[in-house]
Design a protein around this ligand. Structure first.
Ligand code: SAM
Length: 280
């Protein structure tokens, strides 16, 4: 096991959280680190310059984004090996989270260079705590694939996770994303958290259908989705079968699906469903 303690004079890679909207959401320590490092690597220097100007930080800044990653990684590693102290920031929130930086962290660790996190806002967790959905356990996914077929496959893989799910999405793709989500997950409860920490911060809570009815919406958004409920704890698998049929499933497919979801015997569930319908 490798342990790394911090030596004041040695090279270090700081991962610094920046605000997700409101410029005041930054820690005193983040400002102090950004002021004292040798250089700041930013995803987009134009965006980050606004923040640095606001706090009168005059540290040299250079771009580090996914298109120039490999060349920049070599350069950054060289600078760290020379003993420099560097900070990595993204356009918003935590670097590395749906943003570049992960490779740099790996490289620094491989070369026994200290890595330190300077925490702060991240859109997913900030949205989770205000969503009203069960906060733990949660699964953070970030962006689903932009292509329909791949997105459906990703959603299939997430379907039975009994955790609150956290997704990032762009406003021009939100409708397609929610339609695919409903196809795979059914009409689950969700929360669309929009423009967090900004003037028009908003939370739209309800079923996928209800949230779809409030589209189109602009701005940055996080989608939080209630987790899969085990059928043993869900009120009634027979009602769930009716729900799937009302969403367009064939009765046999709905029974198969619910049996699989609840780990129930398909033939017994079939009989129970026929009895239930006959009694109705
Ligand atoms: N690194 C960031 C973090 O820690 O949250 C995420 C960066 S990712 C490239 C950008 C996405 O984060 C946006 O498309 C949106 O889904 C989400 N996001 C960022 N800021 C947000 C905000 N103020 N309100 C809602 N969502 C936000």
């Amino acid at each position: 096991m490798k342990m790394r303690s911090f030596d004041q004079d040695k090279a270090i890679l700081y991962l610094v959280a920046t605000p997700i909207g409101n410029l005041e959401d930054i820690s005193f320590r983040a400002i102090s680190i950004l002021n004292t490092v040798d250089k700041i690597y930013a995803e987009d220097t134009r965006n980050s310059t606004i923040l640095l100007k606001h706090y009168q930080i005059r540290t040299p800044i250079e771009s580090y984004h996914e298109y120039s990653q490999e060349i920049k990684e070599e350069q950054i590693l060289k600078e760290l090996k020379e003993g420099k102290k560097l900070a990595v920031i993204s356009d918003a929130g935590l670097p590395v989270i749906s943003d570049p930086g992960y490779k740099l962290v790996q490289l620094a660790i491989d070369h026994e260079i200290a890595v330190s996190t300077i925490p702060g806002a991240s859109a997913g967790i900030s949205a989770l705590i205000a969503s009203g959905l069960v906060p733990m356990p949660y699964t953070f996914f970030g962006f689903l694939d932009s292509k329909h077929t791949k997105r459906l496959k990703e959603l299939e893989d997430l379907k039975y996770i009994p955790h609150t799910l956290i997704f990032y999405e762009a406003p021009h793709r939100i409708l397609d994303m929610l339609l695919d989500m409903k196809t795979i997950f059914g009409n689950r409860n969700i929360c669309l958290a929009r423009e967090l920490t900004k003037t028009f911060e908003e939370y739209i809570r309800g079923s996928i259908d209800e949230v779809i009815s409030s589209l189109p919406l602009k701005g940055e958004m996080v989608v939080l989705v209630e987790g899969y409920h085990d059928m043993k704890t869900i009120d009634d698998p027979l009602i769930k079968i009716d729900e799937l049929i009302s969403l367009g499933s064939k009765p046999n497919d709905a029974i198969k699906e619910i049996a699989k979801m609840g780990n129930l015997d398909r033939k017994e569930l079939y009989k129970a469903y026929i009895d239930y319908k006959n009694k109705k």
